[in-house]
Design a binder for this molecule. Structure first.
Ligand code: ADP
Length: 743
């Protein structure tokens, strides 16, 4: 039986203590010989203590604390120290400890009782765990609150005797709540009216009251200027028990983003509106089976609506097929559906023949954000038309090139290891291929060196190269008689960007005719030279023949018959003399050797003397001279007489009737007319009359002459700055007019 020294009934106390749930142990100190406490002996323990020590009462009683072999439920040294402290001080002390062996929390209360220490050990595991859990929970709650960027403050109503709200008391706040409201750490427990800072201010007192009274939360976006900078807060007040929870969220950034996004959206819209192309964005509208049944307008630009004379608002949110049902019939809806489903963009040109004039559009559809399609129409009428014009121009150019009588080709430089080694034919016209003897399709893309191996040797390559390097237009004429060619070619090359335009003119035929002309000219010159020499050589002996004949004529002893012969001989020599003189004059005209000796004489004098010469020559002829002008003429009188005599002799020669001579003067020019009524001259002949050796119609062939008289006359008159013209009618006669300037 456990025993205790007491005046009370031991059994009753023991029974009382045994029913206690706490372990109760009474320690009595053990003294050394020096009266020092060295240990404690267990003098009493109740049943709970026996259980705690996992022993029986008889085993426990009398055992010493430090040397006991009990399980290490509690730290013996620690317990010894505590008991010693309590024994020495006489003060009750409480300790908490955790037993790792029992995995339990205990509370020990040690009190000095009589001459020992009474320890009451209470198992506090449950309350401790609950307490710990509560603690943890609170910590977690606080850390969540503190982690929140929103400022959270809880206020509790302070009510007066009439239960009316007089003020609010801050009961809780997270870090952000403190910061955002300018609260000091000691704000907890203080009142709203007293603090008057941030949203814990008098300004919001009524609002808080309303929230508590109505139970309805309030949300407000409140701009606040802090240090000159504008902040936006989203503040909410909600009722919590008999108070309010204020939640303050800083939305400055998102507000700014929102403004930026709004601005960007506006800018994007203005950009889209500025586009001349109609643009729209639509999103797919699906049925329950996930099939696209229509599209809904999300965005349209100004030109899109302008086109349809509808407003932007009439499109946004509206169905595509409702507004444009024809999109389904023309297949456009299916195309757009495909673009959304496959993500493959669609682009095509189409002609809107309904508009006047018909317009070409390029339609481009692109998928955007998975379920949308962006549609752009570009008016490409102008581009289409100019493309057509360009094609027409190119065709016309090709035709021109092809109809050109010269070979035209475009060549490109051909390099090997950075060295220009040849030229390649890029384009050639028909003539070019005819000239080269190769078909157009064969010479295209072919190296000239392959087609015409001799072209380098003949220096053509160097000419091309020079044009390529210097940009100069070069031209060469050469005779090419190799590579199946045989002829004269005129090659010109001009740089055109990186290419060279080459024109090739085969002038073999031209060269031949030029050569022939050259040859003829030479022969003519030989002939003139011969005539000049021959007439000169003939003139001298003829003059002496004539002189001898005239001498013979003067011989009075001549028989009449011989005289007639001699006079005929003289007449013929005279004719011969004139012919030779004409020939000589003609050669002189050709070589510009006629020399004039000038004098002034009257027109009358010129006419009369010329008529006299003719009258002498053609005795039987009747030349009637009327009204001759006395006006003065300046020139070579002998040469002008030669002209007048020629015209008069022709009039006499080609007519059997009278010849009329008359003059006319207008003060500036004097005109001498010689009119006959003879065979006349045809229109065709009149055009060639003044040419060298020209003799008119066959009828005139019966008359002697070389066809040089009028040629020489016209030259003499020209040299006197006058003119000689003729009017005539075949069979009726002719009028020759010699016009000369008055001196
Ligand atoms: P020709 O010596 O042949 O007369 P011309 O040069 O004087 O040479 O005249 C050239 C040609 O013009 C003549 O051959 C002749 O056919 C024609 N002719 C010139 N004068 C007359 C004329 N008065 N009537 C008809 N034909 C004329």
């Amino acid at each position: 039986m456990p025993s205790i020294q007491t005046n009370f009934d031991e059994h009753m106390v023991a029974a009382l203590l045994d029913i206690q749930p706490d372990s109760i142990v009474w320690y009595v100190p053990v003294f050394s010989s020096e009266q020092q406490i060295v240990d404690f002996t267990i003098n009493y323990c109740n049943e709970a203590a026996c259980k705690f020590l996992n022993s029986t009462a008889s085993e426990v009683l009398g055992t010493r604390l430090l040397s006991s072999a009990f399980r290490q439920a509690l730290n013996k040294e620690e317990a010894f120290k505590q008991c010693l402290q309590v024994w020495n001080t006489g003060q009750t002390q409480e300790f908490n400890f955790y037993s790792a062996v029992l995995n339990k929390f205990f509370n020990v209360q040690r009190t000095k009782v009589l001459d020992g220490v009474l320890s009451v050990i209470r198992d506090q595991t449950n309350t401790t765990l609950i307490e710990q859990e509560k603690q943890k929970h609170a910590e977690r709650y606080n850390s969540i609150l503190n982690a929140s960027l929103n400022g959270i403050i809880a206020l509790q109503c302070i009510r007066n005797a009439e239960n009316a709200i007089e003020d609010f008391m801050v009961t809780e706040a997270n870090d952000s709540g403190f910061r955002k409201n300018g609260l000091q750490p000691d704000a907890i427990g203080k009142s709203l009216l007293q603090l008057d800072t941030g949203f814990i201010s008098k300004k919001y007192f009524d609002l808080c009251k309303d929230v508590v009274n109505s139970g309805k939360p309030i949300r407000k976006e409140i701009p606040v200027e802090i240090d000159g900078e504008l902040f936006y807060f989203l503040v909410s007040w909600s009722k919590l028990d008999d108070g309010v929870v204020i939640n303050v969220a800083d939305i400055t950034q998102s507000k700014n983003y929102e403004a930026t996004i709004k601005l960007q959206a506006n800018q994007l819209q203005s950009i889209l509106d500025a586009s001349i192309d109609p643009i729209c964005a639509m999103r797919a509208l699906k049925n329950e089976a996930g099939e696209i049944i229509d599209l809904v307008f999300v965005m349209v630009n100004k030109n899109f609506t302008d086109r349809g004379t509808t407003r932007k608002e009439d499109h946004i949110g509206k169905r595509y097929l409702d507004l444009y049902p024809q999109a389904k019939t023309v297949g456009l809806f299916d195309i757009l559906k495909k673009v959304i489903l496959t993500g493959t963009p669609f682009r095509s040109d189409f002609l809107n023949s309904v508009s006047t004039p018909p317009k070409w559009f390029a339609l481009s559809a692109t998928r955007y954000s998975d379920e949308g399609v962006l549609l752009i129409y570009s008016d490409i009428t102008e581009a289409k038309n100019s493309k057509k014009e360009l094609e027409d121009a190119a065709r016309r150019l090709q035709n021109i090139i092809n109809t050109a009588k010269i070979g035209i080709t475009l060549i490109k430089p051909f390099y090997e290891e950075n060295e220009l080694i040849d030229f390649k034919i890029d384009l050639a016209n028909n003539i070019m291929s005819e000239q080269s003897g190769f078909a157009t399709e064969l010479i295209k893309e072919e190296l000239i060196g392959n087609l015409l191996p001799a072209y380098k040797r003949k220096g053509i390559f160097d000419v091309f190269k020079d044009t390529l390097l210097t940009g100069k237009t070069n031209s060469i004429k050469l005779f090419y008689d190799e590579d199946r060619l045989n002829g004269w070619f005129h090659i010109t090359c001009t740089k055109l960007e990186d290419d060279i335009v080459v024109t090739i003119n085969d002038f073999t035929a031209l060269k031949k005719s030029i050569d022939e002309q050259e040859h003829l000219k030479q022969l003519n010159e030989f002939k003139d030279e011969f005539l000049s020499i021959a007439s000169h050589e003939l003139k001298t002996p003829l003059t002496s023949v004539k002189a001898y004949l005239q001498l013979a004529d003067r011989n009075e002893s001549l028989s009449d018959e011989n005289r007639i012969y001699i006079q005929k001989a003289i007449t013929n020599v005279s004719k011969l003399e004139r012919l030779i003189a004409d020939l000589l004059d003609a050669t002189k005209i050709n070589s510009g050797q006629i020399v004039y000796s000038e004098s002034v004489f009257t027109c009358k004098n010129l006419v009369e003397e010329s008529v006299d010469i003719i009258r002498k020559g053609y005795h039987s002829r009747n030349i009637i001279v009327s009204d001759t002008s006395e006006v003065l003429i300046k020139g070579d009188k002998v040469r002008l007489e030669q002209v007048l005599c020629n015209v008069l002799s022709n009039a006499v020669k080609y007519s059997s009737k009278d010849v009329m001579v008359y003059t006319e003067c207008d003060g500036m020019m004097v005109r001498v007319f010689v009119q006959d009524y003879g065979i006349g001259i045809t229109e065709e002949d009149r055009t060639h009359l003044f040419n060298r050796f020209y003799r008119a119609n066959r009828s005139s062939m019966k008359f002697p002459g070389l066809g040089l008289g009028l040629y020489i006359s016209s030259q003499i008159i020209k040299d006197h700055k006058g003119t000689i013209t003729v009017e005539s009618e075949p069979g009726k006669g002719s009028v020759f007019c010699i016009q000369l300037p008055v001196a």
